[in-house]
Design a protein around this ligand. Sequence first.
Ligand code: GDP
Ligand code: PGA
Ligand code: MN
Ligand code: MN
Length: 604
Amino acid sequence: MTAEVTTAAPTTHQGILDFVAEVAAMTTPDRIHWCTGSDEEWTELTDALVATGTFTRLDPAKKPNSFHAASDPTDVARVEDRTYICSVEEKDCGPTNNWMDPSEMKALMRKLYAGCMKGRTMYVVPFVMGHLEAEHPMFGVEITDSAYVTASMRVMARMGSHVLEKMEELDADFVPALHSVGMPLEEGQDDVAWPCNDTKYIVQFPEERTIWSFGSGYGGNALLGKKCYALRIASAIARDEGWMAEHMLILKLTSPQKVTKYVAAAFPSACGKTNLAMLEPTIPGWKVEAIGDDIAWMRVGDDGRLWAVNPEYGFFGVAPGTNEHTNPNAMKTINKGNSVFTNVALTEDGDVWWEGLENPPAQATSWKGEPWTPDSEELSSHPNSRYCTPIKQCDMLAPEYDDPRGVPIDAILFGGRRKTTIPLVTEARDWAHGTFMGATLSSETTAAATGAVGVVRRDPMAMLPFIGYNAGDYFSHWINMGKENDAAKMPKIFYVNWFRRDDEGGFLWPGFGENSRVLKWVIERIDGQAAAVETPIGHVPAPGSLDVDGLDVDEAALQQALDVDVEEWKAEIPQITEWFEKFGDDLPTVLWTELDGLKARLGV
Ligand code: GDP
Ligand code: PGA
Ligand code: MN
Ligand code: MN
């Protein structure tokens, strides 16, 4: 059967026509739909998703034009063990990625894709990551058989007819990105609310700049513009072209004196990027505006500074823990509507709820579709449940978000979740030392990826699951960015930890809006105002230099949060050594020199 084309192919771009024809021949969908990105299309898509039971419409008085979705209970997070970098040579994927020979992988996946869209509509989503007006717009075309993915792509990326027209006008190159949930429908077979397949593959072909994803509907596995393109493929492009694609939020910070700085921060998934990006400072007179919450593309400008843009168009935020106190700006954004909530609880009055949100409902339906009350043993929401909401709805979005040049970054923060060892804030001595901090970043695993939670692992630059090539080469690229550019103009690097614990397991630092105090210290360091003391691991706040005015935290806890414990750091050394040894000759020698320096300063 040939697919019924619901809309005639609205382009003459031969590369796109060929891609669509080739995929249609392989996957045999019943229908092909070229996405325009219009409001009418959104209404049709979401109505269809309500009809199949994938979406439940929320009460428009509470969250207009918004929907609840519950995934298959097995399809809730990124699948790192199923994610591959299929470079031509195995050595180019490095020791941190899964690899298979590209032709072997393609043969294997072609079998999975054969007929996999039977009974379904194939959606063609033309999109651009970053600005359409960028000097070199970064185009993609995602083909997917999931209406949920298509609707989510409209929130998360600039997509639709205007993008397709521009691609045609420029006869532009694009990243072909193929996605299937991997559940064909036989004649008369009823669909399920969340189609997916036990077999999953999330595959990047870095040389071909191509993405093939199969079996999952979860955002990070299926919205291919985000992790697959804007991080894995883009990091490989960035290495070749001399820029950086990083797992970083971008924020604008304005002091009471109206001095503006821009900060980028890399924390692993579910470690506080979205919250920091939308921070409501607790210190008087300071203001934060968001630019991005997950991904930064950074290029050195003519002025020698590092300029960053957020390539995305929406927020894909962790729901649990989000509330009016921790993240009032996220609450305001999602309350405007036009959002999709996945794997949270659905309340009886047509709203959503999750752990940590105010006013728990007396009863609700859990993300697993079961009756839930505050006395239930089980969680109402999956720990990696998400809201997907348009970035333009965020009142505190900086106007610079729309500037294709981006913003010049003053400071880069690295951070993670560590119960011990890592102090609240440390300043790197220079770019190479900052690269060492990033390369040795460690964090407890979270629910954002499948697998054990709470296990400390190295997550270099928070990019472990996202580096699209050999991580040793990635470290060299970082070192080179510092060497080839004017050190005085490059951002200063810091390492933060909001998650250090006391003996009872409580957080030593209140976090959230109070993190503005750390941002203030960072900015004052850059401007040569705040005092620091030198320690073996870098510069930390001198007594009294961190603004704790009006902070409700006891002095002992604060001291413990800031403490550099030499014994704990000595225990890190063998772990860092073992980590570095993984990379063999690919590890830049500068990083061994940094480790030697740290050892000498610790006296080991
Ligand atoms: P992202 O995935 O890196 O964007 O992280 P999020 O900002 O979504 O935060 C992930 C989880 O960490 C949420 O449950 C937050 O409530 C929590 N979180 C974020 N910032 C802080 C903080 O400063 N302190 C503490 N204790 N938790 C935080
Ligand atoms: P996060 O984004 O970093 O906000 O958790 C999703 C992910 O990294 O999986
Ligand atoms: Mn992320
Ligand atoms: Mn986030």
